[in-house]
Design a protein around this ligand. Sequence first.
Ligand SMILES: Nc1ncnc2c1ncn2[C@@H]1O[C@H](COP(=O)(O)OP(=O)(O)OP(=O)(O)O)[C@@H](O)[C@H]1O
Ligand SMILES: [Mg+2]
Length: 428
Amino acid sequence: MQHSEIQAVKQRFGIIGTSELLNRAIDIAVQVAPTDLSVLITGESGVGKENFPQIIHHYSHRKHGPYIAVNCGAIPEGTIDSELFGHEKGSFTGATADRKGYFEVADGGTIFLDEVGELPLSTQVRLLRVLEAGEFIKVGSSKTQKTNVRVVAASNLNMIQATRDGRFREDLFYRLNTVPIAVPALRDRKEDIVLLFRKFASDFAEKYRMPAIKLTDDAKVLLTNYYWNGNVRQLKNITEQISVIEQQRDISAVILRNYLPEDDLKRLPALFTTSGRDQKSFSSEREILYSVLFDMKKDMNDLNKLVHEIINGQQSETKREEAHFPATFIAHKDTRFNTAVSGVDFKKDKPSRETKEYDDLDGGDDFQDAEEYHEEETAQKPLTLEDMERQMIKRTLEKHRGKRKAAADELEISERTLYRKIKEYGIE
Ligand SMILES: Nc1ncnc2c1ncn2[C@@H]1O[C@H](COP(=O)(O)OP(=O)(O)OP(=O)(O)O)[C@@H](O)[C@H]1O
Ligand SMILES: [Mg+2]
């Protein structure tokens, strides 16, 4: 499908996001819509599964027929058969009249069975029959009725596991799953996170008649790398909370952290989690800075490798992630390399904003740095956040000739924290 068509679908259904995985899910939904095939939509809770049956209905020849959404998990087991397939008067206590079920009402249209994994086994048998033969029998009746309904189902359960555990009929699973659509988790489409935040922030600004909240750069990094267990729904809720509660409209990582459940902060890369919330300023801004430095260092490694390969006329298929800087490089201290990478070398003239920060932290001892860099690379050991922190503390202590108070002041941490870290890292 054309990119512009996918855009049109998103616009019509208010779907935000540009990720390939999301585009693919939308594409499948539109392609399968004109057929009468059953579709099973899977994805974690809050990923936006509910848009898909509507897309399918809208782009099908049934679009002028009824569309009924049923939340199978919300209907008590005792009444679900009657709700779905109807009942006859007197078939159970309280059945004072005949009642049509959703499958009868939706004749000629589409039925969306949300949380289909929650259906009781006896109901699953009835559903299979509708899917295979277009037939059903009302509760308390013996008469077979016909209906022409297209079924779209959704589940946030692992359906394969549910069939293994005997909670879901395998034959029904395969029948529903004729066309599977997997809606990606938010953490698998990181590029959409800030876009969604912006959209929700602007919606809530309108709703509550306040200026929209905005994220600072460090908050964007945190938001993008968060685990998002509750996916888009959770992001929306958090955006609403912040919109309402915070007076301050520029939201920094420090503020944002207060709204992100602790358990999922622990699932972030180590970078964001080494300190507890009691040291917020240290643990967020500084760590984000580390993260930038860390990435720069990695980029430098990759660039160095590339330059080295070009000069040596080497061809390499090695992936960027696997790139290791050859040990011989700094050992020769070959000036050609310094020239070759000057455009990106953060120790050269005209540093960019980040490179300036690096220089400041680095203490200006370029040569020593190169030595240490070399040692690390030779050992093929990646530089960890702890390594960087250890080095920083060591250097700052050296600079202040061992005076802890001055070093702690410069590092903007308490003397107690510095003392603890000195012990932790075994710094002399
Ligand atoms: N791509 C998106 N753009 C804008 N809003 C979205 C997007 N995806 C989801 N949402 C919003 O997120 C919320 C949760 O989506 P939805 O109810 O479809 O989740 P779900 O996958 O059905 O979750 P569950 O399995 O818990 O029922 C809704 O308010 C929905 O409008
Ligand atoms: Mg849902």
